[in-house]
Each structure stands twice: as C-alpha cells, then as structure tokens.
Design a protein around this ligand. Structure first.
Ligand code: SF4
Length: 390
C-alpha cells in the first residue's frame, strides 16, 4: 500500500479538485533527527537505557527542557558531569538555527528566519505588548494551499515540521523573554499562535502534540495555557472537526478572506474542496463545543473583497448562526512585491469595519506588527527562497 504523506487532504477526503501544491523540493530530504519532544514516555525511557541512564534521568531531562528551557549541558548540574554531553546530544539535537533576525517596533517585535537540519527555512515572530507576549510560529516548510496573494503559497509545500521543530521555536522565544533578551526587560511568553508558515491542519498530528506540550504544566510542558494558543486554518474541515473532538480549549481562527464561494474559490483554492458553508458550519460547531469565540481572519484586498457589499454579506453569513460567536479580524493585506493584490484604502477599511459593527459583529482591525520587516506570514523566508531560486 502506498503511504500518503499527511497533508491538508485527509484520508477519505481525497476527491474534489484540491490537492496540496507541492514544492519541487517536496519531502526529498528525509526526517529531522528525533528529539525529546517527538518521543513518547516509553521511547524516552528506552533511549535513556541505551545510554546506560536510569529512568529517573528522563524526568530530570524533562525538567531541564520544559521548566528551565535549557539544552546547555553545563546547566545540567544534577547530571553526572561525564554524561551531560551525551544525554543532551541524544535527546536534544539542534533542530533550528537562526539565520537572520529582524527587529521592529523599538525591538519589541523580533522576527527570526531559521534554518532546519536539511537547509529548509522557516520563520517565527515574537511580538511583545504591554500586557502579553505572543509568538507566531510555523508548522510546515512552505504551504500547499496555494492562496495566490500569499508569499508562502508561492513556495508550495516542502514538508511537514516535526513536533520537536515546532516546539523549539517556542522554547527559544520563552527563554529570550525570561532572560530579558527582548526590549522591555524580563517577562513571560504568554501566547502562541499557529499563524506562521503552513497550514496547521495539514500537519495535524505534530501540531496537536506540540499544543499538548506547550500547554501542559512543567515538567511535562511549557505551561502556557491552552486558552492562549490559537490554531489558524484556511478551512480544512476534517481538521476542524478533529480539533473539536479533542476538547482542548485552544482558540480557532479561520482565514475566510471572502464572504461567498465565487470570490473565495479564487482567493483560497481550498474553498473548492470545502466551501464557505462547510467551513462556517464547522467553525460554529467548534464554538458550540469549546465555548470559545472563533476568530474570522479577513485580509482586506483593495477592490477585491473590501467593499461595502462584502462587509454586508459577511455580517449576514455570521449572524445566520446567532450572536457573538465569532470575532472578525480584518487585516490590511501586507502585499507581496509585484502582486496584483494590494492593501485596501484606509477609507474602505473603515467603512468595512463600521458595517460589521452596525450589524452587531465584534471586529477589530488587526495591527500589522512588523509590516516593515516582511512581517506577513512566510514573507521573510519566501523572499529569501525566491531570491535564491531566481
Ligand atoms: S495564506 Fe495561509 S493557507 Fe494560504 S498559502 Fe499562505 S500560508 Fe498557506
């Protein structure tokens, strides 16, 4: 039997016109080294045994990783000095290495371009606010959803990231916050959003395991409340349903970008597989099950989806399900160079927002932190890759 890679198109749902758009580099480079975060408890114990370490050492390792955010053998002072290096290289191989850092907003926004073991590039963005610090992370290398206005979509999907690769972005940011490496002094990473490169539902298993390890209390995880984790999807309905059944109180964000199928078919190709009705039904079911308001992400594109008629239609579609179950985040599009999709006129943005408010919909224009540093999802990595290809 041919084993299909896990993708946005889940088992039993392979009919219909949508397929992941694959990069020419797709999955050519093998699997990342196995990391502590990728192992279940039995595998960790077995691995420790191979190294001649008793079972209780696994708990010490977990404590160093999740509680102290450390992969530095020098800091493993409760470990026999002769075993520290071996243990760290066996359990915590280096999975992500910084290639480039860009800062904005007086150093309170930091975007990092990471190199993975196989040369792949991904990125994460840390945004510090007065009362919280949010990290936007990637879950796939590239993205197979093919939205034409998006830099990452241009790359296609190279591969899914491992749980360890996803989690390392969080550990490094949590450590930077704790150690006062971000402008504003020591603090705490409080929020994580899966809104960087990739479609999280296309890498469901690793993303779910990462969510569990981000939210579990130390030493099983980083102790960031599941309520402060957001999973964003372009509308992969089977993934939304699976997440609903998990019963974890993460916030769901749906990138709708259009209020009707004709327009959304063009802007979000996945819509041809799961249309707006299926997506909104699934999102509303998520709200009912989790009691958490769903975020509706809507990138405003000049003259395409940002007119009064679109705002009215969006309000009707959402009000059809009742009051106060969704929160709309219109986002001024961060245009990619040379693209025909461009940011809305500020006057149109205001009219759009006013119409939603008048219809009783809560909506806030999302700030575009870091837009001066290629802050849109995947934009830095995409720019770097596209320039290497040209
Ligand atoms: S907008 Fe999101 S889902 Fe669409 S191609 Fe870009 S990263 Fe993928």
């Amino acid at each position: 039997m041919v084993e299909h890679p896990e993708s946005g198109i889940t088992a039993g749902g392979e009919s219909g016109p949508f397929r992941d758009i694959l990069s020419k580099e797709h999955a050519r480079r093998g699997k990342p080294p196995l990391h502590f975060a990728d192992m279940d408890p039995d595998t960790r114990i077995a691995k420790a045994k191979e190294l001649g370490l008793p079972k209780f050492r696994v708990r010490q390792l977990a404590n160093h990783y999740y509680s102290h955010l450390s992969v530095d053998p020098e800091e493993y002072t409760d470990f026999p000095a002769a075993r520290r290096e071996d243990a760290v290289s066996a359990f915590f191989p280096t999975l992500i290495a910084p290639l480039l850092r860009q800062k904005a907003d007086n150093g309170t926004t930091v975007k990092t371009l990471w190199r993975l073991f196989d040369g792949s590039r991904i990125e994460s963005v840390l945004m510090r606010y007065p009362n919280r610090a949010t990290l936007c992370i990637s879950s796939q290398v590239g993205c197979g959803m093919g939205c034409p206005f998006c830099a990452t979509g241009k790359l296609g999907l190279t591969r899914n990231m491992s749980t360890g690769e996803i989690l390392e972005q969080v550990r490094v940011a949590a450590k930077a916050m704790r150690d006062g490496a971000i402008a504003g002094g020591p603090g705490r990473l409080s929020n994580v959003v899966f809104m960087g490169m990739g479609e999280p539902m296309g890498n469901y298993r690793s993303v779910l395991s990462a969510i569990r390890q981000i939210s579990a209390q130390p030493p099983e995880g980083f102790g960031i409340s599941a309520r402060n984790i957001t999973v964003s999807t372009v509308g992969v309905v089977p993934g939304i349903k699976k997440l609903t059944a998990e019963g974890i109180p993460v916030r769901l964000a749906v990138s709708l970008h259009a209020p009707n199928d004709r327009l959304r078919d063009e802007l979000v190709p996945m819509n041809r597989r799961f249309d707006t009705t299926q997506v909104l039904d699934a999102a509303h079911d998520y709200y009912l099950a989790s009691k958490r308001r769903v975020s509706i992400e809507y990138a405003l594109m000049r003259g395409i989806n940002d007119q009064a008629v679109h705002a009215r239609q969006l309000a009707n579609r959402l009000n059809h399900y009742g009051d106060d179950w969704a929160h709309v985040n219109p986002i001024p599009l961060n245009p990619i160079e040379g693209s025909k999709w461009t940011a809305s006129d500020p006057h149109d943005e205001k009219v759009f927002l006013d119409i939603l408010h008048q219809a009783g919909i809560t909506a806030t224009l999302r700030d575009t932190r870091g837009s001066d540093i290629d802050g849109a999802c995947g934009q830095l990595a995409a720019k770097e890759l596209l320039s290497r290809e040209s």
